[in-house]
Design a binder for this molecule. Sequence first.
Ligand code: TRH
Length: 377
Amino acid sequence: MTVRWDIFCTVVDNYGDIGVTWRLARQLVAEHRCAVRLWVDDLRAFERLCPSIDVTLTEQWQQGVQVRHWPKDWQPTEAADVVIAAFACQLPSAYMDAMAERPAAPLWMNLDYLSAEDWVIGCHGLPSVKYKHVQKYFFFPGFQEGTGGLLREAGLLERRREFQQDGEAQRAFLQGLGVERESGARLISLFAYENDGLASWFDALATDARPSHVLVPESRILADVERWVGIDGLKAGAVHRRGALTVQVLPFVRQDEYDQLLWCCDFNAVRGEDSFVRAQWAGRPLLWHIYQQEEDVHLEKLEAFLRLYTEGLPEAAEKAISGLWRAWNAGQGVAEHWSAACEQHQVLAEHAQAWCQKQASRADLATALVKFYRNWI
Ligand code: TRH
């Protein structure tokens, strides 16, 4: 019997909420034959990752997923067998009543934000609150045994490896974005929040002996890029050269194309949650701009991840990557740290591959969710 899933997503800001839930919904359909309704309150954010979304529709099918606009004025609907509230979003009260009225209560889970902190292991899978007799559970993604794992589609690493070995496929992909890769140039993708440290990084790249080509999808960091370049209103397609650095603005691409962009680059600057995980699956060195939280709690999350990620690295490489990440997240100058990371590039590149393999040896998040449901019934 097909298991019916409802995934609820409120777009708080940015693209992580919809990015994660859209990825999960597709995987549950494609790999676990689930019937999935994805309820999203902001179809415009969704449209940026998936341009085939029609923002005027209340209901539509996309890649086997039933996408439903989550209206403020909720209309009665039957509850599914498994209900996922992504990132602690509040379900409509009429829907919670529908859950309680089912002959058999659904499995209700909160899919939490990703964190490398140790406490996650102790909380993953625990019961949370109850609504009437319907029990809610915590489901935590994570990097360690005892967590829900990371989203990773079947065959992802094989597809990535094939693409990375196929120079022609990469050239054609980049050409489609208007990018001509100069031979010998370091290719870098840059997706980040506003960051005062950007100018110091670009200065270092511009005066470097090796040329760099930085690809910047239209996003929040663009204002800092404009300041450095000295031109306002940069749009996709804009190319600026200074010294050894070429900066090129890209359009915001489809989610699967973003993967390919990461796979092409020698180094990826990413942010938030989903792009951060995708950069790890790219198997290349990365720089993470973590989502800022009140009272700087994000800095503890950054340190927790660094502790795990740098395990086994020689001291010089560990210092180089940690220094770079800390400076970037503090919005400080990164020139010195960048140069240290470049010196360690080979070690960091091998480490990125090893980390990716280690993470891929564990069950992926969609499989873990399905297993959680099977064990629960
Ligand atoms: O957009 P984000 O900053 O989202 C954030 C984080 O998830 C954060 O943890 C959360 O608290 C906050 O939202 C509310 O970064 P993230 O998570 O990387 O999501 C970006 C998504 O956009 C991801 O799915 C990749 C996708 N993307 C594209 O599809 N095309 C693109 O060109 C780019 C740059 C990204």
